[in-house]
Design a protein around this ligand. Structure first.
Ligand SMILES: *[C@@H]1O[C@H](CO)[C@@H](O)[C@H](O)[C@H]1NC(C)=O
Ligand SMILES: *[C@@H]1O[C@H](CO)[C@@H](O)[C@H](O)[C@H]1NC(C)=O
Ligand SMILES: *[C@@H]1O[C@H](CO)[C@@H](O)[C@H](O)[C@H]1NC(C)=O
Ligand SMILES: *[C@@H]1O[C@H](CO)[C@@H](O)[C@H](O)[C@H]1NC(C)=O
Ligand SMILES: *[C@@H]1O[C@H](CO)[C@@H](O)[C@H](O)[C@H]1NC(C)=O
Length: 612
């Protein structure tokens, strides 16, 4: 698939915070200077307490050798521990009232104590933040936004207490969405990313005779991952897939699939958890939800319910991951920049033990207008996994380049599509260290399910090193082994050696037999890999619950430990080209194409059952 060459002007990457002229973010146009008398709600997102200990807290419950393994925190304990300190609140409040002369009665502290809000005129905001405010319009949906793309400045004694101010430089995640296969009716709102287009299937009977290298059925997956599973604790166990915007499933497609491959699921549908009014009964794009739901319900069977977080996306320009996070944790609600558009589902939706996400929303760029926001979002993911949730995401289908248009970062700070020679760009949420990121494999041509798969060649599986998040201790030895012995000799500027490396694991991503749009197609992408791996983890939780143990929660420290080394099929063939390079080659042990490898369910389950 030849990606169209598309020049995307992104805000220049600069080190300092203030007064550097920057361009307007991609997909936004400068409309006019903001009216100085207009009132805007200004939000100061306060720095949280104890954040530097988040990784230690997580290791305490997720390191398989910790005596406290599995002792997940309660949501209340999480909220209390990370609430901004009195010193933080007082410092920012004192600056606003004493130094800036704002009346104390105009300033409101959110009920969670993490946001200071006030209504000010544009003129007041400009003097407070030493910024110039403009009105911008979104090129895609025409929505208007007030902001200051040129940046803003806080006094030094205040800035360490503030994560970010809204509205300022962050314009939402304009580059929505979706790791997934090409869909039948590509929607104009969501760009699709996969090089793995769907292929219509003529005759299912012919397919039954072919091997798992040419058509992957549920039986292929069961054989590949030793994944024969009947739930024993389905009543209390839970798993969900998240779907965004107008990506919706059709019950008729599920039935078509179940009729052929899982008759005991016919007429079953996932349990809807609507977030922000998300509704699957609308016209939309069926590619991603068909893949996710058919795989999970097909692999787990009718004794295990699947929940569906159907998340509405009010504007193409906003990152709806925030809506999902806020729906699960009310304390994130006021923090999210999206909240200025009015999030109403604040912590009122049920949490599930495992959540699978096959979408992407932001490039992993260390860029001043994005970094503080994506870091806050990743922290929120960390706080959720601390309560015992496992969050699993696709690693992307663009190899070492960012997504469907294969964007790479040029030395002048521009993100350019079409795989130009440039540095590698990962994606979020996969590169957040609290996510378990899943890459894609395929059965090699002519090979059987007895043989270990290879990294996909139909599209380059996403992987690499984060520009925002440091390498966590739990993957240090595995990643250093790769860097010492297998990494190509790239210049230091090509990728960030000290960054969080991903994917963590992999699973089949092509060519899966799926029913969508009234017929069968071959589909895939890392979009398929995430729900497959999520199903395996749900099955592990089932076994642990039946044994009277807690769910696995944050699994990465365990997966990388030597106690689990035998639980993966080590993928050693393949690579993930991009940005004018061959990307990274797969290698023995962990590598940035296939992670630790594909799962062996029985061994993985037994290793987790052996833990407290
Ligand atoms: C700002 O103004 C809006 C609209 O009048 C109001 O709903 C909101 O409560 C005000 N916020 C603060 C912090 O006073
Ligand atoms: C499972 O799904 C069925 C049918 O949708 C529903 O009645 C039941 O309450 C669900 N069970 C759980 C534990 O969510
Ligand atoms: C960066 O370089 C690319 C390729 O030479 C060019 O197209 C782009 O306009 C440049 N961007 C900036 C901001 O200078
Ligand atoms: C990209 O790099 C390759 C080799 O590293 C080189 O052959 C090619 O000319 C470069 N392309 C551009 C446009 O600079
Ligand atoms: C590399 O990652 C670290 C986090 O480990 C980050 O602080 C640094 O800015 C990153 N470097 C680049 C060039 O993105």
């Amino acid at each position: 698939m030849a990606p169209t060459l598309l020049l995307v002007a992104l805000v220049a990457v600069v080190g300092s915070v203030a007064a550097v002229p920057r361009s307007v973010p991609a997909e936004w146009s400068l409309h006019r200077r903001a009216d100085p008398d207009a009132l805007i709600p200004l939000k100061f997102s306060l720095a949280q307490s104890n954040l530097e200990k988040l990784e230690t807290f997580l290791l305490d419950i997720a390191d398989p050798r910790s005596p406290n393994y599995g002792q997940h925190w309660s949501p209340a304990q999480v909220k209390e521990t990370f609430r901004p300190s009195t010193e933080t609140v007082d410092t920012v409040h004192a600056w606003l009232t004493h130094d800036a002369g704002i009346h104390a009665h105009k300033i409101r502290l959110s009920s969670n104590g993490d946001i200071l809000q006030l209504n000010v005129t544009i003129a007041e905001a400009e003097s407070l933040l030493r910024a110039e405010y403009y009105v911008y319009s979104n090129d895609e949906d025409g929505s208007m936004r007030v902001g200051c793309h040129g940046g803003y400045t806080l006094p030094e004694h205040v800035s360490k207490h503030v994560d970010f101010v809204w509205p300022t430089v962050y314009f939402g995640g304009p580059r929505s969405i979706s790791s997934r296969s090409e869909s039948i009716s590509p929607s104009s709102t969501f760009g699709r990313e996969s090089g793995a287009s769907t292929i219509p299937i003529g005759n299912l009977a012919d397919l039954a005779l072919s091997g798992c290298d040419t058509a992957v059925t549920l039986d292929c997956l069961r054989d590949l991952y030793n994944f024969d599973f009947t739930p024993v604790s389905g009543r209390v166990n839970s798993i969900a897939v998240a779907e965004f915007g107008d990506n919706v499933y059709r019950a008729s497609d599920l039935n078509l699939f179940f009729n052929s491959y899982r008759p005991d699921q016919v007429n079953n549908t996932p349990t809807l958890i609507s977030v922000e009014g998300g509704n699957p009964n609308v016209a939309g794009d069926v590619g991603e939800p068909s893949l996710d739901i058919e795989l999970v319900m097909g692999l787990l069977g009718p004794k295990q319910n699947l929940s569906l977080y159907q998340v509405a996306q009010p504007l193409a320009s906003l990152d709806p991951t925030d809506e999902l996070l806020a729906a699960l944790d009310g304390s994130y609600c006021s923090v999210s920049p999206v909240n200025s558009e009015g999030i109403t589902d604040c912590g009122d939706k049920p949490r599930t033990n495992v959540i699978s996400i096959s979408y992407h929303f932001n490039p992993d760029l260390n860029e001043p207008s994005i970094a503080p926001v994506v870091q806050r979002q990743c922290t929120e993911i960390g706080k959720l996994v601390l309560t015992g949730i496992t969050i699993i995401a696709s690693s992307g289908d663009g190899g070492v380049a960012y997504q469907q248009s294969h964007e790479c970062l040029l030395a002048n700070g521009t993100l350019v599509a079409g795989n130009p020679n440039g540095s590698f760009v990962g994606q979020l949420p996969a590169s957040c260290p609290f996510i378990t990121a899943v890459g894609a494999t395929s059965v090699a041509p002519g090979a059987s399910t007895e043989q270990v798969e290879e990294s996909t060649t139909d599209f380059p599986s996403g992987g690499g090193f984060s520009n925002n998040f440091a390498r966590p201790a739990w993957q240090d030895a595995a990643v250093r082994n790769y860097l010492d012995h297998f990494v190509p000799n790239y210049a230091a500027s090509v990728f960030n050696r000290s960054g969080r490396a991903y994917p963590d694991v992999s699973a089949n991503g092509w060519p899966l037999v799926i029913a969508q749009g009234g017929g069968f197609v071959l589909s895939g992408g890392t979009s398929a890999s995430a729900p497959i791996f999520a199903s395996v983890i749900a099955a592990v939780n089932d076994a642990r619950i039946a044994a009277g143990k807690r769910t696995v929660g944050f699994i990465n420290p365990a997966l990388y430990s030597d106690l689990f080394a035998h639980a993966f099929n080590d993928v050693v063939v393949g690579s993930n080209p991009g940005c004018g390079t061959q990307g990274f080659p797969a290698a023995p042990g962990w590598d940035p194409v296939s992670g630790l490898g594909t799962p062996n369910f029985v061994k993985l389950r037994d290793a987790f059952l052996a833990l407290p």
